[in-house]
Design a protein around this ligand. Structure first.
Ligand SMILES: Cc1cc2nc3c(=O)[nH]c(=O)nc-3n(C[C@H](O)[C@H](O)[C@H](O)COP(=O)(O)OP(=O)(O)OC[C@H]3O[C@@H](n4cnc5c(N)ncnc54)[C@H](O)[C@@H]3O)c2cc1C
Length: 555
């Protein structure tokens, strides 16, 4: 093999020729080959099985202008959109990122980013990722994609080829993406605000048809350039954080007022939240919580000083400060059932500390939404400040035809509201539910795909529950499955984000495979193309076999 596996277990090609050689060798040897971007997707969606050739593109991060007049930029697959603090090479800085360099050198950018820009261009595209907008999409910037198929042959697809629309997303199943050519947008800025309010009295009628004073959620999503809502639906809390922005052309004197994700010290706030979730997420396995807490000892002391509720937890944490973690978690162990029963009582009060209502805020901004303005590529990724080492998060993201927005919100409200307290908390979990939207698109397996005449033609409404990834339970069973089953039982069509959690299907179990196949008119076209482009199934892993029902296709 031309490029050897290094000590980290990955192959690190530095050119397209290196990539081709790796693919040819994998094809010859009948081995899996998978490429890793920034590894923000669920792990099994990325890596290969068994003795796979796993590839990291940290030496393949260049870019060049292909046509200045058309603003065409060809980016190598491994370049990050923005800075990636988790990048092992340490070289994924903002200065070396695609968006940073485009802005600095050409005053160009993309139409939209996701809530973070830590991703690579190829990982973002391969999963069909998108920010929150029904007016703008980075899919509009995609101009051409160069791919190495399963035999090592290279081809470039452009917008004029039907097969181009199989590529975003392609989940690495149609070949290794070598370069992506983008038709860039002139640099622009955004300005907006973020308001924290009770769900029932916020500026958007989340569950109803809206009126002259408050738009319905669907209307709000349609009319706002960029938006996302974080919904804390837990009983006793029921709070929303409404982030919205509009596109503006800055004048020469433009001076950014960046968005602040956390009110105080960002690291301390996240340590505090992580400490709480380490306990709440591991009540069945406090040994795991102990390891997580040790890293956050100082933050725990601060928790104690400020904590209003959760007396049992407070007492135990007090023990931690005196006797250390072993002592604390030993005290905690027998109290786990008490803490679990007490969650509905103390959780709203704890959460109130990290999502305070605007009306309760003190200081200069008292009672007012936060206002911000920034360059789009810095301001649109509003979650870049979240530290994913401290607060590792998993998700499942359901995409639903936009006209069903109100119905889905009412179903969720009923689903959370109808049972007793304990069951209600099981259904909501103790983390946030993100709701936002995306434009319709002709890309075949994009969860926003539309034929142009179907119910998806207005765009997609997205519901994205969060899960603290260091919790001991399986999120599919503990939280996400409830959402999937609810939508399915109510006859609501939905598709799932390809980089986030999906229901697991055992070999031969077609229940979910057939459901999702029926959601995508071009599902079979995609599978036909996959067989053509990867005859040796070197890009196919067990994870993807289960998603597509391809159990007979062996590598
Ligand atoms: C904190 C957080 C916030 C997020 N916010 C959003 C959001 O706002 N909107 C949204 O839509 N999604 C969001 N996501 C999901 C994220 O955008 C996707 O998981 C995306 O794929 C991550 O890109 P990556 O570079 O990490 O790719 P990876 O996760 O490493 O890879 C994604 C897939 O692409 C394949 N792949 C990567 N490069 C290549 C290549 N060159 N050739 C062939 N296959 C390749 C991989 O094998 C894998 O299957 C978020 C995820 C996290 C963790």
């Amino acid at each position: 093999m031309a490029v050897n596996r290094e000590r980290d277990g990955f192959h690190h090609p530095a050119s397209e020729a290196d990539l081709v050689a790796l693919v040819k060798a994998a094809h010859r040897e009948g081995r899996n080959l998978r490429v890793r971007g920034a590894a923000h997707s669920t792990a099994r969606a990325i890596h290969g099985d068994g003795d796979a050739v796993n590839v990291m593109l940290d030496r393949y991060r260049g870019w060049q202008v292909r046509d200045r007049a058309q603003k065409l930029v060809e980016a190598q697959a491994g370049i990050h959109l923005g800075a990636d603090p988790g990048d092992a090479s340490g070289s994924a800085t903002e200065e070396r990122s695609l968006l940073g360099q485009l802005a600095e050198e050409h005053r160009w950018t993309l139409e939209l980013t996701g809530g973070i820009t830590h991703q690579t261009i190829s990982g973002f595209t391969a999963t069909g990722s998108s920010g929150g907008s029904l007016k703008y999409s980075a899919n509009e910037n995609l101009h051409a994609i160069r791919v190495i198929d399963g035999r090592g042959d290279v081809r470039e697809f452009t917008r004029d080829d039907d097969d181009f629309y199989a590529m975003a997303p392609s989940m690495g199943l149609l070949g290794v993406v070598s370069t992506i050519t983008l038709a860039c947008t002139d640099l622009f800025a955004i300005e907006g605000d973020e308001a924290v309010a009770a769900a029932g009295s916020c500026g958007v009628d989340l569950f109803g048809a809206g009126d002259a004073r408050r738009p319905s959620l669907e209307r709000f999503l349609r009319d706002t350039d960029f938006s996302r809502i974080e919904w804390w639906p837990q009983r006793g809390l029921d709070r929303v954080v409404v982030w919205r922005a509009r596109r503006v052309q800055p004048n020469a004197a433009f001076s950014p007022t960046p968005y602040r994700r956390f009110a105080g010290d960002a690291v301390a706030s996240q340590q505090l939240i992580a400490a709480l979730y380490a306990i709440l997420g591991n009540l069945d396995d406090l040994g795991k919580a102990r390891a997580l807490l040790e890293d956050n000892f100082d933050a725990l002391k601060r928790v104690l000083r400020t904590m209003a509720g959760g007396p049992v937890l407070a007492a135990v944490l007090a023990g931690a400060t005196e006797g250390g973690f072993d002592a604390a978690t030993r005290v905690l162990e027998p109290l786990a059932p008490v803490i679990r029963r007490g969650i509905p009582d103390f959780f709203p009060r704890l959460a109130d500390m990290f999502v305070p209502l605007d009306s309760d805020k003190h200081g200069a901004e008292r009672g007012r939404p936060q206002r911000f303005r920034d360059w789009s590529w810095r301001g649109l990724p509003m979650d870049n400040e979240v530290n994913h080492q401290l607060l590792p998060t998993s998700f499942t993201e359901t995409w639903i035809p936009l006209p069903l927005t109100g119905k889905v919100m009412r179903e969720l409200k009923r689903y959370f509201g109808e049972p007793g307290e304990a069951e209600s908390y099981r259904r909501t979990g103790t983390f946030v539910w993100e709701v936002y939207a995306a434009m319709p698109t002709p890309f075949w397996l994009n969860p926003g795909y539309t034929s142009g005449t179907d119910e998806w033609r207005h765009g997609a409404f997205r519901v994205n529950p969060y899960w603290f990834a260091d919790s001991s339970a399986d999120p599919g069973e503990a939280l996400f499955g409830g959402l999937w089953d609810l939508l399915r039982d109510k006859g609501i069509p939905f598709r799932l984000h390809w980089g986030k959690h999906h229901p697991s299907s055992a070999s031969g179990d077609r229940r979910w495979v057939d459901f999702f196949a029926a959601q995508y008119p071009r599902w079979e076209d995609f599978l036909r193309l996959r067989t053509e482009r990867d005859p040796g199934n070197i890009f196919l892993t067990d994870y993807w076999r289960d998603r597509f029902g391809l159990w007979d296709a062996r590598t």
